[in-house]
Design a binder for this molecule. Structure first.
Ligand SMILES: N[C@@H](CCC(=O)N[C@@H](CS)C(=O)NCC(=O)O)C(=O)O
Length: 201
């Protein structure tokens, strides 16, 4: 049975969901919605996602929105103990949960400003200064880890890397450029067959 992904494009926040599914070799069907045509605003779609946003998935009788929650659900269901550490492995699981939450609550809320607070030249300048400052703070958490290991968890590649690597390029100049640990990390992740198949980058 195929998992249904409601999205707008390959490079919206559904990218991480497709990447994870490709990684786990789970079949999926994309449903591309056109916002301009009101397709995210229909009664039918609002039943799946009351906010009329994407991504939303339907997996059998389960409907879920919020990309981090979707990835946690899918990794637990289809790759428990591999791409998602088991609950009984308390330390590793808490690290994993931390990075999954960090990816959206700390990283993406900064990175997203690059696209939403740039109407005028003046606003763009202020936004870039803000993002640059915030990225220096975010790097305090990420850099020490990626300086000593290839992936964000000591156990190796996980769904947390998918979340982080799908978001980081949005602020490439402030996070990746001239930052060897992040440059190497992104190179490693962008070249995964599953990321290429999912057209994330
Ligand atoms: N926190 C949500 C964000 C969802 C979101 O804002 N998605 C964007 C596309 S990437 C969207 O639906 N935008 C259309 C709109 O806001 O009308 C998630 O991670 O899934």
């Amino acid at each position: 049975m195929s998992i249904h992904i409601y999205c707008m494009a390959h490079q919206d926040r559904s990218d991480r969901v497709r990447w994870l599914l490709e990684e786990m070799k789970i079949p999926f069907t994309n449903h591309f919605l056109k916002k301009a045509n009101g397709e995210m605003d229909t009664l039918e779609y609002r039943k799946l996602n009351p906010m009329g946003r994407v991504p939303t998935i339907v997996d059998g009788d389960l409907v879920l929105h919020e990309s981090a929650a979707i990835c946690m659900y899918l990794a637990d269901k289809y790759s428990y103990g591999l791409l998602a550490p088991k609950l009984e492995n308390t330390k590793l699981r808490s690290e994993y949960t931390k990075w999954m939450i960090f990816s959206v609550a700390s990283l993406e809320c900064v990175v997203a400003r690059m696209f939403t607070h740039v109407s005028t030249q003046e606003e763009t300048k202020t936004t870039h200064e803000f993002v640059q400052k915030q990225c220096e703070i975010l790097k305090l958490a990420i850099n020490p880890i990626l300086s000593k290991q290839d992936y964000i968890l000591s156990s190796g590649f996980s769904a947390a890397d998918i979340m982080l690597a799908a978001i980081i390029p949005g602020a490439h100049d402030y996070l990746v450029k001239d930052n060897p640990p992040l440059e190497a990390y992104m190179e490693r992740l962008m070249n995964r067959d599953s990321a290429i198949a999912a057209k994330v980058f």
